[in-house]
Design a protein around this ligand. Structure first.
Ligand SMILES: [Zn+2]
Ligand SMILES: [Zn+2]
Length: 152
């Protein structure tokens, strides 16, 4: 869902407020983390986020990155993608229900919205189930990696 600049500012202000309500200090570092991850469709790992935020805030600690990300997950503004194997968790700036295609070669994660997920969730809820979280992972090799395979 693409909102206007204004509505994404509103969302960020809501999140800043929620962080304050949790008794966390709203530092420029935490604001930078919120700005980086909310709405981000690249599914970065905590380490990737750390490296980007560090460019502008060299003193930031990994603990601040983790605690802020976990809080955003808990508040429902972002999702955490956890894998069965030892792969590092990724963070999804889009908490709307959607499916993921995960490339086992390059590790890239692609969003899929064209499944009738919302319909399925609605029909489950009509039957009295309560849906808290949706996770659909499809593993395979992405088109870019298949192109590279062809070169060898
Ligand atoms: Zn790939
Ligand atoms: Zn996603």
């Amino acid at each position: 869902m693409k909102g206007s600049k204004r509505s994404s500012d509103n969302l960020k202000n809501l999140i800043y407020e929620a962080i304050r309500m949790r008794g966390m200090r709203l530092t420029p570092q935490r604001m930078a983390i919120v700005n980086h991850i909310v709405g981000n469709r690249n599914h970065p790992s905590a380490d990737e986020i750390f490296n980007i935020i560090k460019e502008n805030y060299p003193t930031i600690s990994k603990a601040t990155i983790y605690s802020t990300l976990e809080l955003l997950v808990e508040l429902g503004y972002i999702d955490k993608i956890v894998f069965q194997d030892n792969r590092e968790a990724r963070f999804d700036g889009n908490p709307e229900p959607h499916a993921h295609f995960i490339c086992t070669k390059c590790g890239k994660i692609y969003d899929f919205h064209n499944l009738n997920l919302t319909d399925q969730i609605n029909s489950l809820e009509k039957k009295g189930y309560r849906v808290n979280k949706t996770q659909i992972y499809i593993y395979g090799v992405c088109r870019e990696c298949q192109e590279k395979e062809k070169l060898f």
